[in-house]
Unconditional design. Structure first.
Length: 366
């Protein structure tokens, strides 16, 4: 047994086989063996191991058509199933002689929540807690504190490690090019003066993120082709219909904003999943407020942030107000500048937009 002391899942399976009377041994021997194996498990409890993949024989492997795309990543399977964990926990709870072992077991299990793969929360820990809550109440006097602590530790770790802190809300509109290198794009291969020279100048300009070409169909098709043939341009290009000539709009993709939107969307999905499991636990009779305590309940379940220290709140309010004033002044300056440029352009044959992030190239006369 010492040889397999580090393989907790295997020992748990062996322990359940003993307890479920799958072995023809006396009851006295069964009790002694159960306690001995349980003691071994508690000395080196570890359910963080990755499960070994099952190797099938060549003739049993499913046929996979050849494809350039990599095969999909198989879903992660925890090294232990939640039903086995529930059975073991219930055996320990129902044995009045194992009160000390119950405390050790719940402490060891709770400690695993800081080390397991975060994906194992939804495939192992939350199904375990939900099923356990359906079988017993965690306010029962004999094991109230042990199970309450286990539930609180698991739920808090699930929130902090799986859901994680809220990422900043991404901007709804693309950021204006700020001159940083992230707005520079590689040029297209063609250098024709009529079409691609203005395009390449735009791609190399770190202070512009959008340009318009009011050109005919053939020249638009040429620009489309050059952009499609150039890897990593990071630009969208579409035609605005209805004008004469129609306008090709080329916009640099703000990959930083795209990444922020993807991160935010993934976090919102995890938060939604967390909320679903909390509803299941409440439906199973778990009083989350009593289990977590008021402060943790407000932080974890209700999503309230910690209150600022004395003096910090006033400082944050002042900083926020100052930020709003700066934004308003910047907006007023931009409006005045825009009006001035519009007035100066009256009466001229100007097709160039005023906004500094937008450049229109009029090539209709060429």
């Amino acid at each position: 047994m010492e040889k397999f002391a580090g393989t907790t899942p295997a020992l748990i399976s062996f322990l359940l086989a003993i307890r479920n009377k799958e072995m023809a041994i006396s009851e006295e021997t069964r009790q002694a063996a159960f306690k001995a194996v349980l003691a071994t498990i508690l000395t080196s409890f570890d359910i963080t191991q990755d499960p070994k993949s099952v190797r099938m024989k060549a003739n049993e492997q499913p046929y996979r058509p050849r494809s350039l795309d990599p095969p999909p990543k198989p879903p992660r399977i925890p090294c232990l199933d939640s039903d086995s964990l529930v059975q073991l926990t219930m055996h320990i709870i129902e044995d009045d002689t194992l009160r000390h072992e119950l405390s050790l077991f719940t402490n060891q299990l709770g400690a695993q929540t800081t080390r397991i793969n975060p994906l194992d929360f939804e495939s192992l820990f939350l199904p375990f807690l939900h099923t356990l809550a359906l079988k017993t109440t965690i306010t029962e006097p004999l094991h109230q504190e042990a199970l309450r602590t286990l539930f609180a530790t698991s739920i808090t770790a699930y929130h902090d490690r799986f859901v994680g802190p809220a990422p900043p809300t991404p901007p709804s509109e693309p950021d204006v090019a700020d001159g940083s290198r992230r707005w520079v794009r590689p040029p297209v291969r063609c250098t024709c003066a009529a079409n691609c020279a203005p395009l390449n100048a735009f791609l190399a300009d770190a202070r512009r993120h959008r340009i318009e070409f009011a050109v005919g169909r053939q020249r638009r098709a040429h620009l489309h082709q050059m952009l499609d043939a150039t890897p990593r341009t990071g630009c969208t290009h579409r035609t605005l219909r209805g004008g004469s000539p129609e306008v090709l709009v080329v916009t640099k993709i703000d990959w930083d904003a795209v990444h922020k939107r993807n991160v935010r969307a993934a976090w919102e999905e995890r938060l939604k999943s967390f909320g679903g499991w909390m509803e299941k636990l409440v439906g199973a009779g778990v009083d989350l407020r009593a289990v977590l305590g008021l402060e943790e309940y407000e932080r974890v379940v209700e999503g309230r942030e910690e209150a600022p220290e004395e003096g910090e709140e006033d400082g944050r309010a002042v900083a926020s107000a100052a930020g709003e004033v700066r934004k308003r002044k910047a907006s007023e300056v931009l409006v005045r500048s825009s009006r001035l440029q519009n007035v100066e352009g009256v009466g001229r044959d100007v097709r160039r937009r005023v906004a500094e992030t937008v450049a229109v190239v009029d090539l209709t006369d060429e």
